[in-house]
Design a protein around this ligand. Structure first.
Ligand code: ZN
Length: 117
């Protein structure tokens, strides 16, 4: 994102992003991990190379890695919720960047005003 210089443009950019800063559904800040494993039954297809595929979410909680099983049926939703987290995270970073720009222009304007008198 290119940060605008003029305060009015910064405000406009900020306003547009603030409107998008609303969760469209659940928001998931966790990683999706695919695990391929065998169940141990000699007669099972997994014993011949077609391993069972499972999906897990992993995330950190107070420094500890936690995980949760994701049922296959829920996978598309879980991916959507992760996507939503990334969208909001990116937006929030941009809003912060624009807010910093607003602080900077304020300082510049004050200096200009001071220089005039
Ligand atoms: Zn098996």
């Amino acid at each position: 994102m290119k940060t605008p210089v003029h305060p009015t443009l910064i405000q406009r950019s900020l306003g547009a992003r603030q409107k998008q800063l609303q969760a469209q559904g659940p928001v998931l800040a966790a990683s999706l991990v695919t695990v391929r494993r065998t169940c141990g039954k000699p007669s099972c297809h997994c014993a011949h190379g077609h391993k069972h595929v499972g999906h897990y979410l992993t995330w950190k909680e107070q420094g500890k890695t936690r995980s949760a099983y994701v049922p296959q049926a829920l996978l598309p939703q879980v991916q959507q919720w992760q996507h939503e987290y990334r969208r909001l995270k990116r937006l929030l970073a941009e809003v912060s960047q624009l807010s910093v720009a607003l602080v900077k222009t304020h300082t510049t304007h004050q200096r200009r005003r001071a220089g005039r008198s």
